[in-house]
Design a protein around this ligand. Structure first.
Ligand code: APR
Length: 311
């Protein structure tokens, strides 16, 4: 009997959803179903990616649909469905609108793919991951938010460029909230093959890189007058690959905390071991006093925004 190919559904065929599909197809991780409420959009995006298959050599199917039924039996479901903040809209109104969308799509998606691992991308990310987790009724292990995978790759990119050392040898992590102000980059843990970057970089250079990491999304938006999407798509692909290949990768993910890092009943970015079961373990590592205070403040900011949703 032929082995069954993995199935990945991506809900929201916007810029990030499409970028994720592109990376996932090019890595041949499985068949992809793109879903959106806009008629024709996911179908067109899927065909566009599929027509690159002979050149890139990926033998997976990419389809687009407006029907959640076509997502049935997915192994991984990525949720990017949402609206961006519009002029005149308060942050609370955005939270409320996107929470409504996330709740509605999670209901449909869990019914169709009760065994999937879910990756949430809709912003504001930390609150939407909480809403998705609550709406899903699933064990927490199977609902992760993509935040730290993107913020960490940005941190690593800037360190690699500054040090003129391969990205493969530079490691660093960002935890906490997925916002400029409240993310918590961890420079004390940043290293080059185990060598702390503090031994390779002057303090002011490291500080500048941390500051640039915080504004990495804003820097792109200021330049191209729209949000970035390629790296965010790659971050979703990284998480998908870790799940499908059961790699036990350590990825900073937004995750429902139940005592880890001294927090409960909130979703925030922490280092997670990601494998076939989703979040298999949280690495609850001791932080320095400054880092702990920053994480606490970050979680407080998430909790404040959570008051806008009637979860
Ligand atoms: N079901 C399916 N798709 C939906 C739904 C829904 N109920 N509501 C909205 N969408 C789709 C939109 O039609 C759009 O194609 O979600 C897609 C979102 O794509 P973009 O607007 O291009 O947003 P993107 O840049 O990809 O970001 C995705 O992350 O930053 C957040 O707020 C942003 O929530 C958005 C998400």
């Amino acid at each position: 009997m032929a082995a069954r190919r993995a199935k990945i559904s991506i809900v929201g065929a916007g810029t990030v959803g499409t970028a994720a599909a592109h990376w996932i197809a090019s890595k041949e991780l499985g068949d992809i179903v793109l879903t959106d409420i806009v008629e024709g959009l996911p179908q067109g995006k899927a065909l566009d990616i599929l027509q690159a298959a002979p050149i890139e050599g990926f033998d997976v199917n990419v389809t687009g649909t407006n029907d959640y039924g076509h997502s049935a039996g997915s192994d991984v479901v990525i949720v990017t469905a949402g609206i961006p903040r519009k002029p005149g809209m308060t942050r609370e109104q955005l939270v409320d609108t996107n929470a409504g969308i996330v709740r509605a799509v999670m209901g449909e998606l869990v019914a169709n793919s009760p065994n999937a691992v879910f990756i949430i991308l809709t912003n504001p990310l930390d609150v939407m991951t909480y809403v998705a987790f609550r709406a899903s009724g699933l064990p927490r292990e199977r609902v992760l938010g993509q935040s730290g995978a993107l913020d960490s790759t940005r941190f690593r990119t800037f360190l690699s460029r500054e040090l003129a050392i391969s990205v493969e040898d530079v490691d660093a992590m960002v935890i906490g909230a997925h916002t400029d102000k409240d993310m918590v980059p961890l420079p004390s843990l940043a290293n080059v093959r185990g060598i702390p970057v503090s031994r390779l970089l002057a303090v002011d250079r490291l500080d500048a890189i941390v500051a640039r990491t915080r504004r990495a999304g804003a820097e792109i938006t200021e330049l191209m007058k729209a949000s970035g999407f390629t790296a965010a798509g790659a971050a979703l692909c990284e998480m998908t690959e870790a799940i499908l290949k059961d790699k036990k990768r350590v990825i900073a993910c937004c995750y429902y905390l139940d005592g880890e890092y001294g927090e409960r009943d909130v979703c925030a970015g922490v280092p997670v071991v990601v494998g076939r079961g989703g979040a298999e373990r949280v690495l609850d590592v001791p932080l320095s006093d400054d880092e702990r205070d920053a994480f606490k403040a970050s979680v407080a900011a998430i909790r404040e925004l959570m008051t806008a949703v009637k979860a």
